[in-house]
Write a protein that binds this ligand. Structure first.
Ligand code: PYC
Length: 411
């Protein structure tokens, strides 16, 4: 707001750009690969919390062009494991104050999140999640059709559908936020703190000498550095392979679509794991909808008719009155899936090569917490307690953090 008034009094001078175009230096203290919310947040907190400003963020396309600008903007912390709930809860709390922190309105709307249960086993899982959430101090509870009807009157709660709705996990702090504003806010904050943001700069190789990272080769030249953070989500195995670090990650497309604008009728976010659909209504009135990841590995971001047919059918099972609604557009992003549906953050066997990967379908909601805690890890050379369960070594040690049961849809 203060910035808006300042610009208003600026006498018609051009607005300050949100971030500058800097010269690419031939060395930085820290190089972050990936200009999405994770990479930008890590750069922002490195500078702001730890005074580490000699940082470059390298993005092969434009900032936010990957998953950060393609997700369906849902923020929540109603996970299944205590480790996951604590971690995503810190992210929700950071999101709650992020507009003020970045001096940029991110339009965060904590409208409540409903995960529907259509079977006895789904009711059991929702009860389990509610209890784990409550034990961690997170507001989630099991609710029944009368309360679901009050929160979402247009849902078909009758016995007519093939899988009638039996109950739901209700998570009031869940919400939606303007995802590109989050990217731009972190980018502007990092830029103002002295970080260099380099778009159209693709990493083509990593230099590793005697088990230590020493440089990054890019399409614009080589950069010397002793610290590289891989924050590239769907492309993370390609970058890690350059350091000789193998990741238990496969990349799958995730599709989404948006309808024409409708009068406001949907106050909450509605998720049905059994029907493979999640939907929220944007501030403009559009329905933003998504489903499970595509069941094949690919780097393709093409949309398919099959996705549209399935999601339309499942949406109509939930909301039969929407039968004449038109789809405006559809798109896809890439998800870096791990065997336990939890991310991988921290050190690797290559000194100075750090990872913030394996986000699957959960990446956007974790941007602030992973950025803050990975910055702490880089600055202190110690793993923060919150990140300890998500180390790469858990796959070697058999200490998985199973979060598949908290996925919005079955995969
Ligand atoms: O985990 O809430 C979620 C989600 C929604 C879309 C993709 N992931």
């Amino acid at each position: 707001m203060i910035e808006l008034i300042r610009q208003g009094l600026n006498g018609g001078q051009p607005m300050r750009r949100m971030w500058q175009q800097s010269e690419l230096r031939d060395r930085y203290d820290v190089v972050i690969v990936g200009g999405g919310v994770h990479g930008l947040a890590a750069a922002y907190y490195l500078a702001k919390d730890h005074g580490i400003r000699d940082v470059a963020v390298l993005e092969k396309n434009y900032l936010g062009s990957g998953g950060s600008g393609r997700n369906t903007t849902i923020i929540r912390s109603n996970y299944l494991t205590p480790e996951g709930v604590q971690f995503y809860d810190e992210s929700v709390r950071l999101y709650e104050t992020l507009s003020t922190e970045l001096n940029f309105n991110l339009l965060f709307s904590q409208r409540g999140h409903l995960t529907l249960a259509h079977t006895d086993s789904a009711v059991r899982t929702m009860r389990w999640r509610a209890e784990v959430n409550q034990l961690q101090g997170v507001d989630s509870r099991l609710i029944w059709p009368d309360e679901i009807a009050r929160l979402c009157p247009l849902l078909d709660l009758s016995d007519r559908p093939r899988y009638p709705i039996q109950a739901a996990l209700y998570h009031p702090p869940g919400g939606i936020i303007r995802h590109d504003a989050v990217v731009w806010g972190y980018a502007a904050g990092a830029d103002q703190a002295g970080v260099h943001l380099h778009q159209l700069t693709e990493v083509t190789g990593l230099e590793v000498v005697d088990g230590k990272v020493s440089g990054v080769k890019t399409t614009r030249g080589t950069i010397k550095t002793g610290c590289v953070l891989n924050a590239t989500a769907g492309w993370c195995t390609l970058i890690s392979d350059m350091a000789g670090v193998q990741l238990p990650v496969t990349t799958h497309p995730l599709q989404a679509c948006v309808s024409e604008a409708l009068k406001p009728f949907l106050d909450v976010i509605v998720v049905s794991g059994s029907l493979h659909v999640y939907v929220s209504q944007s501030d403009r009135g559009e329905l933003v909808m998504g489903a499970a990841v595509d069941p094949y590995q690919s780097y393709s971001m093409n949309s398919t008719l099959g996705f549209l047919e399935n999601i339309a059918g499942h949406m109509l099972e939930l909301f039969p009155t929407l039968h004449d609604v038109k789809i405006l557009r559809q798109w896809a992003g890439l998800c870096d899936m791990t065997p336990d549906y939890s991310p991988i953050m921290g050190f690797t066997p290559v000194e100075g090569f750090l990872i913030d990967v394996g986000w699957g379908t959960y990446g956007f909601k974790a941007g602030p917490v992973s950025g803050k805690r990975m910055a702490e890890l880089i600055a202190t050379n110690r793993t923060p307690d919150l990140l300890a369960p998500f180390a790469l070594a858990r796959f070697r040690d058999g200490q998985l953090v199973g979060e598949k049961g908290a996925a919005s849809v079955g995969h």
